[in-house]
Write a protein that binds this ligand. Sequence first.
Ligand SMILES: C[S@@+](CC[C@H](N)C(=O)[O-])C[C@H]1O[C@@H](n2cnc3c(N)ncnc32)[C@H](O)[C@@H]1O
Length: 189
Amino acid sequence: MQMDDKKKHWLDITHKIFSAVRFNESSKLYDLAKESVLPIVEIGSYVGKSSIIMAGASMEGNKMPVYCVDTWMDNGDGIDHFPEFKKNIKHYGVEDKIKVFRGNSAKMSFDFKLNCKDKIGLLFIDGDHSYEGVRRDFITWSRMVNGFIAFHDYISCDGMTKLIDSLMANGADIDLTNSLAVIKWPQKG
Ligand SMILES: C[S@@+](CC[C@H](N)C(=O)[O-])C[C@H]1O[C@@H](n2cnc3c(N)ncnc32)[C@H](O)[C@@H]1O
């Protein structure tokens, strides 16, 4: 099936932004974000590629806000990436769609609950990739989800793999696009 022009536009223009998220994974995130009828939350935004794709998709879809949760300081290089993130979301015209929650994702889950009473339609987990970190993000944030949870770096990252394998062992149905694992949540109902 031919990709629609608007989707192609968003995937093309964000292609050059530095990120480990590949084309097929971006395409899947775009579809999920476009379809979401509830707010979208991203844990781990870095310089904004996946944030911009989801915000662009949401603009073409149900116009849900995209909440970006990141310290912008935990990428392992000691650099504060927040200025580049801000520059990119402005440059790509999605600044108004994105709401920033700067801080540790565990703490930010409390701030989010206070500020956003809606459930989350799409949760994208791509922050702390250690098993403890992914597990903590999953446990604290999944309670607020009614839709889908996507995880990046399945197989390529031990922490993600361990958590996702344990979900599968408990009967979860995982849809895989390269290293993007997507699960419907909650599993029942
Ligand atoms: C792999 S990058 C995210 C990539 C991004 N999704 C993209 O498409 O380019 C991981 C990000 O998670 C953030 N991070 C790591 N641990 C975190 C934590 N405990 N709380 C909040 N952010 C965290 C880092 O600062 C970094 O920007």
